[in-house]
Write a protein that binds this ligand. Structure first.
Ligand SMILES: *Cc1c(COP(=O)(O)O)cnc(C)c1O
Length: 362
């Protein structure tokens, strides 16, 4: 496997090599059943066990309280933008959304179809270079829930502390789920598309407090009701079997790696190396995020000119450092270093950054 390169892709993103190697076997012949994991009935004993084990392990690693359901849904993280207000916001009710980037803007747009939305904080005019701290915003009394994106994948900002409020929190954790410990009990609902930190595209994890299942109005489509999926253990219809299988394997890998605390430490170390390189460059590399908002998952940065950035990305690609182009909405460069991204790749990028700086004086 020496031909694998370092993959800084923002998503779908790098998966642990041992998970891929295991999957390469299981896709042909799953545990000596004689059939592959992607060919198997979702109602078969073998697959039911795969799904059950994945849920069990997720509950264990994330310390999910018993009064929460774990759902494996389809439609991507983006479908949650409308499913949440559709299920949780009765007509005439209000919710609060913190606007910290493209993904919150998109969810605000959908939520407005279902209720009144207040936006107590927005960093849009500051190019989303920061997330708020507690005390910077207030919520109106009648607001039903507080929605925020824990990690802003494009801008490389991340909430270090979550909103302190009596209100129920609802979060898009697509790009930092299982990267650190979270007090799930503070949340009404947590969701994440799997393709950044958990597995391949195709499955969206929803963790929802049980009492919320009954909030949905009757006149919404069956498939779009959380309760439908909760009552059938995500087997109301065919679930994304292969993606669920990979998520299960990634969870096993997290457990083997020492659990979430060990993953968190590794994430801090990896991001620390990169930010140190940026900070030691005397402004040659400029981080997009404000210091206090820096993400451990996505490090977005700029060089002096777009031309220099293009050259940087091209030469990095040649050196086996792939996927460093920033999102089209802000340009520049971005290194996505999710849970499964190996430290060696970060070390190699830091070395490359030094050499590039020396060879291309600004
Ligand atoms: C990638 C991403 C999404 C979109 O996910 P899809 O599965 O493509 O809909 C939503 N929110 C965040 C924070 C993301 O990083």
């Amino acid at each position: 496997m020496t031909d694998r390169i370092f993959n800084f892709s923002p998503g779908p993103a790098v998966l642990p090599l041992e998970v891929l190697e295991r999957a390469a076997i299981d896709i042909v012949n799953f545990q000596n059943t004689g059939i592959g994991i992607a060919e198997m009935s979702h109602r078969s004993k073998d697959f039911m066990k795969v799904a059950e084990d994945a849920e069990k392990l997720l509950r264990e690693l994330y310390e999910i309280p018993d009064n929460y359901k774990v759902l494996f849904l389809q439609g991507g993280a983006s479908s949650q933008f409308f499913m949440i207000p559709m299920n949780l916001l009765a007509p005439g009710k209000k919710a609060s959304y913190l606007n910290t980037g493209v993904w919150s803007k998109k969810s605000i747009k959908e939520a407005k179809l279902f209720g009144e939305i207040e936006i107590p904080f927005s960093s849009e005019e500051q190019k989303f270079k920061r997330v708020p701290v507690n005390g910077e915003y207030t919520f109106s009394q009648e607001s039903e829930y507080v929605y925020f994106v824990t990690n802003n994948t494009i801008y490389g900002t991340q909430f270090k502390e979550f909103p302190k409020t009596e209100k129920m929190l609802v979060s898009d954790m697509s790009s930092d789920i299982l990267s650190r410990k979270v007090d799930v009990g503070k949340f009404g609902l947590i969701f994440a598309g799997a393709q950044k930190n958990l597995g391949p595209a195709g499955v969206t994890i929803v963790i929802i407090r049980e009492d919320l299942l009954d909030r949905a109005p009757d006149n919404i489509p069956t498939m779009l009701k959380y309760k439908t999926h909760a009552e059938k253990d995500s087997m109301f219809n065919t679930p994304p079997c292969f993606s669920i299988y990979i998520v299960g394997e990634v969870l096993k890998w997290i457990k083997k790696s020492g659990g979430i605390e060990a993953i968190d430490r590794a994430n801090q170390e990896k991001a620390g190396l990169l930010y140190a390189a940026i900070d030691a460059s005397s402004g040659y590399y400029r981080g997009h995020a404000e210091l206090a908002s820096r993400s451990l998952m996505n490090i977005s940065f700029n060089l002096a000119t777009p031309e220099l950035e293009t050259k940087f990305i091209a030469e990095a690609t040649k050196a086996g450092l792939n996927g460093l182009k920033g999102h089209r909405s802000i340009g520049g460069c971005r290194a996505s270093i999710y849970n499964a991204f190996p430290k060696e790749g970060v070390v190699k990028l830091v070395q490359f950054m030094k050499e590039f700086m020396a060879g291309n004086p600004a």
